[in-house]
Design a protein around this ligand. Structure first.
Ligand code: IFM
Length: 473
C-alpha cells in the first residue's frame, strides 16, 4: 500500500502491522537498576559472580548500571516520549525476598508498586517478568537451580509478587531464557553462578521448567481470568551446511537449544533424541518426578520469543568429539564462524532467521507469540548530543520487516519489544556492549535517544514500517 500519511510523514510504501499490535521495549532488573545495596535488597548470584576475578569484562558490576532504581520516573517519561505501548521489565527476587524464601522486604515491593503506577500513569502497559537471572545468593548456597527446592521457592515468590501487583499488572512472564540460566550458569559457567557441571545443568534446566510450571499454576489459581501468563525462551535458528552429517549436527543443537524447552512446555515431554544424546553424561532425567511434566505443561496464554542471530553448524570430523561450550553433552558438532555483517557481540545479522523461526514456532507452539527481545550491540558515539547508530537502526528496521513477513505468512504475532530500552550491564561483557535504543552515559547518567530509538518511535506512530529504506529518524 502506498501512502503519504501526514501524521507519520513516512510517505512511501508501508508494511502495516495489525491495529492492536503491542509495541514495547524491554529491560531486566540487574542490568539497569543499580542500587544493589539499597532498601534491604539481598545479594544475588550476579553480585557474587561479578566479584570473581575475570568473570565480568573490566571487573564491571551491577553498580551503577543505569541507576534506574532512583531514575525510574524519568525513564518512564522517556518511554512515553518514544510512544511505547508496553514496557517489559523484570522484578528482582532479592529485593522482594532477600534470602530467596521467607521474610518479604516491603521496600522492595514498594519500588515495583511505584514503577507500575508510573508506567500505567503514562498509559503504558506493564509486562512483568518474574525471573531474569538474579537468583538470591542464599538459594544458590543451597544448590540454586540444581536443587529442586528452588522451583518451589520460585512459585512462592511469584505468587507473592502477583498478589501485590496483580491488581494492575495483567501480563506476566515467569522465566526469561531458562536456557541461559541453566547452561551458561551451570554447564560452562560463563554466567553466574559460574558452575561447570554439564549433567547438573540439565537437572537445573528441569528445575527451572518445573519452577515455571508451579508458578504458572499458582498464579492462575489466584488470578482473575483476564490475566495472561507466559514464558520467554531464547531460540536459535540453526543453519546447517548442506550435507547429511551437518543436518544431524543441526538436529542436536536444535534439540538442546529449542526442543528441550519447547517440547515439555507443549506437553510432549523431553525429546527422546536429546535424552539419548546426553545420556553419556549420566541419567539427568532421574530428577524428573511423577507429575513434573504435567506441571511444566500447565497451559500458557502466549510465548515470548527472543531472537538475535542464527547459529551455523557443521558436523565435526569425529562424531564423538565433545563440542564443549554451553551445550551439555553435545558431541560431533562444529560451530561455524558467522557470515556477513556481525554485531559488536560477534553475532551474525540475519533478519530472515526471525521470519523462519516465527513460522516454525507457529507450528510447534500453538499459542500466540510475542517477540520479547530483539536488538543489537554496536559501539556508539555521542556527537553534538546525538547518536546516529546507523547499523542498529538497520538491524531494527530489517527485523521489523521480518516480523511483518511472518504475520503476512499467517503467524499469530501479537507484539514486538526492542532489546533494550537502555544501554545496560551486558552480563559477562559488563558495560562494554551497548544494546540500548537510548544511550546511557554511565558517569553522568544522561540519557540520549539514539537514531534507532527515534526510528522505533516513528514506526510505532505509523504502526508500520516502510518497505525499503531506513531514513525514518
Ligand atoms: O542482555 C541480554 C538479556 O538479558 C537476555 N537476552 C539477551 C540479551 C543480549 O545478550
Amino acid at each position: 500500500m502506498t501512502t503519504t500519511d501526514p501524521d507519520t510523514e513516512v510517505g512511501r510504501d508501508l508494511l502495516r502491522f495489525p491495529p492492536d499490535f503491542l509495541w514495547g521495549a524491554a529491560t531486566a532488573s540487574f542490568q539497569i537498576e543499580g542500587a544493589t545495596g539499597v532498601d534491604g535488597r539481598g545479594p544475588s548470584i550476579w553480585d557474587t559472580f561479578a566479584t570473581r576475578p575475570g568473570a565480568v569484562l573490566g571487573g564491571d558490576t551491577g553498580e551503577p548500571a543505569c541507576d534506574h532504581y532512583h531514575r525510574y520516573a524519568s525513564d518512564v517519561e522517556l518511554m512515553a516520549e518514544l510512544g511505547l505501548g508496553a514496557y517489559r521489565f523484570s522484578v528482582a527476587w532479592p529485593r522482594i525476598q532477600p534470602l530467596g524464601a521467607g521474610p518479604v522486604e516491603p521496600r522492595g515491593l514498594a519500588f515495583y508498586d511505584r514503577l507500575v503506577d508510573e508506567v500505567l500513569g503514562r498509559g503504558i502497559q506493564p509486562v512483568a517478568t518474574l525471573y531474569h537471572w538474579d537468583l538470591p545468593q542464599a538459594l544458590e548456597d543451597r544448590g540454586g537451580w540444581r536443587d529442586r527446592d528452588t522451583a518451589h521457592r520460585f512459585a512462592e515468590y511469584a505468587a507473592l509478587v502477583h498478589e501485590r501487583l496483580g491488581d494492575r499488572v495483567t501480563t506476566w512472564t515467569t522465566l526469561n531464557e531458562p536456557w541461559c540460566s541453566a547452561f551458561l550458569g551451570y554447564a560452562n559457567g560463563v554466567h553466574a553462578p559460574g558452575v561447570v557441571d554439564p549433567k547438573a545443568s540439565l537437572e537445573a534446566a528441569h528445575h527451572l521448567l518445573l519452577g515455571h510450571g508451579l508458578a504458572t499454576r499458582a498464579l492462575r489459581a489466584q488470578a482473575p481470568a483476564d490475566h495472561r501468563f507466559s514464558i520467554v525462551l531464547n531460540f536459535c535458528a540453526v543453519v546447517a551446511e548442506d550435507d547429511e552429517a551437518s543436518r544431524e549436527a543441526a538436529r542436536k543443537v536444535d534439540g538442546l537449544q529449542n526442543r528441550l524447552f519447547l517440547d515439555p512446555l507443549a506437553g510432549r515431554g523431553y525429546p527422546a533424541d536429546v535424552v539419548e544424546d546426553t545420556a553419556w553424561l549420566g541419567d539427568w532425567t532421574a530428577v524428573v518426578r511423577d507429575g513434573d511434566l504435567d506441571a511444566i505443561a500447565t497451559p500458557i496464554d502466549w510465548m515470548g520469543v527472543n531472537y538475535y542471530s542464527p547459529t551455523r553448524v557443521a558436523a565435526a570430523a569425529d562424531p564423538l568429539v565433545v563440542t564443549g561450550g554451553p551445550f551439555p553433552g553435545l558431541r560431533g558438532v562444529e560451530f561455524l564462524p558467522p557470515r556477513g555483517e556481525v554485531t559488536g557481540m560477534g553475532w551474525e545479522v540475519d533478519a530472515t532467521g526471525l521470519t523462519g523461526l516465527l513460522r516454525r514456532l507457529q507450528r510447534d507452539v500453538g499459542v500466540p507469540l510475542v517477540v520479547t527481545e530483539n536488538g543489537s550491540a554496536f559501539p556508539d558515539v555521542v556527537e553534538d548530543g546525538r547518536v546516529e547508530d546507523e547499523a542498529r537502526t538497520r538491524y531494527l528496521v530489517d527485523h521489523l520487516r521480518a516480523a511483518h513477513a511472518a504475520i503476512a505468512a499467517g503467524v499469530d504475532l501479537r507484539g514486538y519489544f526492542a532489546w533494550s530500552l537502555l544501554d545496560n550491564f551486558e552480563w559477562a561483557e559488563g558495560y562494554s556492549q551497548r544494546f540500548g535504543i537510548v544511550h546511557v552515559d554511565y558517569d553522568t547518567q544522561v540519557r540520549t535517544v539514539k537514531r534507532s530509538g527515534r526510528t522505533l518511535a516513528r514506526v510505532i506512530g505509523a504502526n508500520a514500517v516502510p518497505v525499503d529504506g531506513y531514513d525514518l529518524g
